[in-house]
Design a protein around this ligand. Structure first.
Ligand code: AHG
Ligand code: MN
Ligand code: MN
Length: 330
């Protein structure tokens, strides 16, 4: 089996991007180690702080954020970084060629129940000149690499550098990522969906109707039965979609009028959308491809509907009906 380094050296990508991906992979090995040790390492539980989005931070949100910040600062190729856990962009190396956006610990509400968590990353080219928030406001189509690491029964990495999606599995004996799945593709059709059903009464009409039709099964317009899964960590749900197809959505809701969307564009939606498109799936807000969004600020949130191409297309047909619903401003 090829190691990650061997895989990268056979790709037509710059040596500096390969080095940056290896830096991210090496840091994820340390994160995996900390996550595995859990209570033994005293890393579980809440920290006494909130992030810029008003969410209570877990100790591991802060620990993993610091690990990534330190390693990306030492890498040399990173001009600046943006993280879900940082209020502002963090300038790193004025000579760096890349900007890195990351969610250091996705699914952190899972950490205290010993369930799936991961790290999501996105790499953008750095524009010339001093890095500012404006430098990061590029559409997801500009990403030169994206991926996630999943800290589950196995630690795995999903990676795209624009040549399809590859899975690597961390060998615990050698501490090396090995290529275990090449050119991962998402099945076009599916009979599995993922949504937090407890928010149902807060969704807009298109999603209400679409999910109601799935739940009707054989006797409804879809004329087949659908299964449901919800891991409460996007990394876990997207990984399942990449493995066996499905549709994953965190739609617009009016539970909190000041926060109509949950998932963050730069740290979650864009990298996952690139992986999904590279695996022949689709990723949309309901009204436009996620990768076409021109970001307005780094912590912006969006509605996400992604997965098996035909199923996402069916869900989008519901959004094209006239339900008199307006998409809330970003
Ligand atoms: P994070 O832990 O980085 O804040 O992200 C959690 C996100 C996402 O991973 C997951 O799909 C969703 O929140 C879960 O939301 P619910 O709590 O509504 O299940
Ligand atoms: Mn997250
Ligand atoms: Mn997070």
């Amino acid at each position: 089996m090829q190691t990650l380094a061997q895989y990268l050296s056979a790709q037509t990508i710059s040596p500096s991007l390969s080095q940056l991906i290896l830096t991210l992979a090496n840091t994820s090995k340390e994160i995996s180690h900390a996550v595995q040790h859990g209570a033994l390492a005293g890393v579980l539980g809440a920290a006494d702080s909130e992030n810029v989005q008003g969410e209570t931070q877990k100790k591991l949100d802060i620990i993993t954020n610091d690990m990534l910040k330190d390693s990306l600062a030492a890498d040399g190729h990173v001009k600046a970084l943006a993280s879900e856990e940082e209020d502002f962009i963090v300038p790193v190396n004025p000579q760096g060629e890349y900007l890195v956006c990351f969610d250091p610990l996705d699914g952190s509400s899972n950490i205290d129940i010993n369930s799936l968590v991961g790290t999501i990353f996105s790499v953008l080219p750095a524009p010339a000149g001093e890095a500012t928030e404006q430098s990061f406001l590029q559409s997801g189509r500009n990403q030169v690499a994206a991926g996630y690491m999943l800290y589950g029964p196995s630690t795995m990495m999903a990676l795209t550098t624009g040549n399809g999606v590859q899975f690597f599995t961390l060998n615990p004996e050698t501490n090396e990522y090995l290529l275990t799945n090449e050119q991962v593709t998402i099945s076009t059709d599916t009979s599995e969906f993922a949504i937090n059903m407890s928010n149902q009464r807060f969704w807009q009409a298109p999603m209400q109707t679409y999910i109601a039709d799935l739940l009707l099964g054989e006797i409804g317009p879809r004329q087949k039965s659908f299964n449901m899964r919800w891991i409460a960590a996007m990394v876990g749900d997207v990984h399942r979609v990449l493995c066996r197809g499905g549709i994953f959505t965190y739609p617009t809701d009016n539970k909190n009028p000041n926060k109509p969307y949950k998932l963050r564009l730069m740290y979650e939606a864009n990298p996952m959308a690139l992986l999904v498109e590279q695996a022949q799936g689709k990723a949309s807000t309901g009204y436009q491809d996620i990768l076409d969004i021109e970001p307005e600020h780094i912590h912006q949130r969006v509605a996400v509907i992604l997965g098996s191409a035909n199923e996402v297309a069916t869900c989008l047909e519901y959004h094209q009906q006239n339900y008199n619903d307006q998409e809330p401003a970003l």
